[in-house]
Structure formats: structure tokens, C-alpha cells
Design a binder for this molecule. Sequence first.
Ligand SMILES: NC(=O)c1ccc[n+]([C@@H]2O[C@H](COP(=O)([O-])OP(=O)(O)OC[C@H]3O[C@@H](n4cnc5c(N)ncnc54)[C@H](O)[C@@H]3O)[C@@H](O)[C@H]2O)c1
Length: 371
Amino acid sequence: MTIAVVGLGAMGLGIAQVYAQAGHKVRATDQVAAARETARARLEAALAPRVAKGSLSAAEAAETVARLEVVEDIARLGPCDLAIEAVAEVLAVKQAVFAALQEVMPNAVLATNTSSLSVGTISVGLTRPNQLLGLHFFNPAPAMRLVELIPHATTSPQALTLARQLTEAAGKVVIQAPDRPGFIVNRCARPYYGEALAMLEERRNAVEIDAAMLAAGYRLGPFALIDLIGADINLAATEGLSAAMNHHPRYHVFAALKAQVASGALGQKAGKGFISGPIEPRENAEISLRIESTLVNEAAWLLPEGGVTAEGIDTAMRLGLNFPLGPFAALQQHGAAKVVAMLNDLEAKAPATLKTRYIAAPMLKESSRPS
Ligand SMILES: NC(=O)c1ccc[n+]([C@@H]2O[C@H](COP(=O)([O-])OP(=O)(O)OC[C@H]3O[C@@H](n4cnc5c(N)ncnc54)[C@H](O)[C@@H]3O)[C@@H](O)[C@H]2O)c1
């Protein structure tokens, strides 16, 4: 099969690598000459550590690089089976890219790597909108196993099957997600950060909160994770989702996060963040149950909206965020009664700005009732 990739930035190059490693011919382009000219050298550099470690032979690495052909513009991509765009996160830019792709490869399945735009909205104006779907890779694409597969209202089953098969054969775990803000992972992850920030604003300590989540089996506490992602990136994602969800308090943008961004302590890239130095895990059931209860609640609100399964949500959260367990596994572990009691308690004590944040999803209330 031949795969087209448009945009050779961080994501596009990683996506090109995924399919080239799986043996496909990849034809790629970028509007910036420097991105095109450096693409093959960057791919070679990305493979070099694996060659040095002995997990990839020099010949295999060279073959992978040889499978990537960089062309000057979309018109020169020629016919391909699947085309993935990883260009700027701007609706008009993505729509123009797909309109051009449909001219060049009328039969190709088209995929967007958008993280925050609606796939259905991107499809508006295309001559064959049923060929478009979302393939949401995580960063870095070659290392992260999860890919969210997002149909919009008229995506054809054939397009979905082709995108799924090619991506699974390239070693990814493909989970279908609804075309709703944040898909699965970016939406269901919000409480991990938000509830930690709520506790920080209640004068709890960031180290104590992170230590509790480490003791509960999480690889990184919420604040160490914000430091890794960058507080500015985390704030932008939170604000985007909050706006898309009509500013519901479940997606509240906490002042503590805004203040952190304003202070410049953005995390690892700034050399200072919420956390400095390693943290020893320290059990604190009140903190971990509180954060896990809000994670469970978000997933329980999402599930009945459709287009996703409880298993799919759990797998996506484990693979997309390296969580030790998904929200429905956490629900099983704690039991609905305990989770709902925690949420009710939080709702009762919530300040005015957060009222309704903790209202338990109907399916949780239902299963917490004594039978
Ligand atoms: N970075 C992440 O963590 C991440 C994760 C998942 C999804 N995404 C999404 O992937 C997409 C790309 O993100 P990125 O981080 O790789 O960005 P990036 O800025 O690193 O790369 C974007 C590339 O696209 C090129 N480009 C822009 N407009 C173009 C056009 N019209 N035609 C051809 N090339 C064009 C740019 O020159 C640039 O090289 C965005 O939609 C983003 O939301 C990013």
C-alpha cells in the first residue's frame, strides 16, 4: 500500500515512520522547504538509537528511510491508498489540504490527525466526505501504541476498515472514539489534572498529591505530568475543551494552572515547574480515591453518549496516558457506592464556581443503589 503524509513536523514525521517501518511506501510533503529537505535525515536520526541498541539492523533502518519519498507539493503525491494530514491545527488549512488531496487521489481514504477539531466539521465541503475519518496518534507516534479512530456521521465502513487494518498491522492498538470534543483520552484525562489543581487551590501540597498517585500505581503524578507536557500546552487543551463543552464545571480551568503559566514555570522545558526532584510514593487513599472518582465519573458521562465501549475507554486511558488501569477497572476496584459517596461529598462542599462539577453520572447512581 502507499500512504501519503502531509505535514512533516513532529507528528507527521512520526506517522510516516510508523507506516514506513511496517513496510509501506510513504510519500510525504510539507509546505516548508526545510521540513521537506530534512525529513529523511530526521527519520534516520530517529531510528539511530535503535540501531545502536541492536533492536534494528542498519539494513532495516536504511530500508525504512528508503521507503519515505518526499515530494514538493500535494499535486506530486500521486495516487495513494490512505492519506494522513498532520498540518497546522486550523480548520481552513485542514479543509484546503483535503480538498487538494481529493483532486490528486480520488479513491484514497483520508485521515486527519486533529486533536481538537471536529472530524465532521473538517469534512464539510469535501466532494466525498464519506472517505474522511480521524486517526489520532499520540506523541511520539512511533512509541505510543494507541491510535483513536474517529468516524464522523457519514464515514463509510470501508474507509474505517482500511484505516484500522493498516494501522493495526503497523503495530498500533486502534480504539474507535466518538467525534466529540477531546475524543476519549483528551477528555477523560481532564480530571486527573483538574482534581489535583482543585486540591492545590484548597492548599494541599503538589508533592503530597503526586506521591499519593504514585502509591496508587500511576507512573507520574498529575503535577509531574503537567510539567512533562508543559503547563501552557495543558492550559490550552483545558481551555479548548472547556469552551467546546460550554464551560461546564467538569472542565473548569483552574486559576492555579493559569497562575503557573503566567509565572513562566511551565515545567521541564522551562527548567522549573510544579515539582522539583524525585518523589517518593506515599499512600493517601483520600487523595487517590478523589482523583479516581472524578476520572470514573467523566468516563461514565461519556459512555452513554455513544460511539465507544467501556473496554475501549479503559484501553485508551491505559495506552494513551500510561495509566495503570482504566476508569471502569477503577470503578470495579472501588465499587460504585464508594465512588458515588465521594462525588456526593465533593458536590456538597463545592464552592459556587464548581457547583454541578461532581454530579454523579446516571449509570453510577444506578449501580450504587442497593439491590
Ligand atoms: N504535537 C502533539 O502532541 C500532537 C498530538 C496529536 C495530534 N497532534 C496534531 O497533529 C497536527 C500537527 O501537529 P505537530 O505537533 O506535528 O505540528 P508541527 O508544527 O510540528 O508540524 C506541522 C507541519 O505542517 C506543516 N504545514 C502547515 N500547513 C501546511 C499545509 N497547508 N500544507 C503542508 N504542510 C503544512 C508545517 O510546515 C509543519 O512542518 C496538529 O493538527 C496537531 O493538533 C499533535
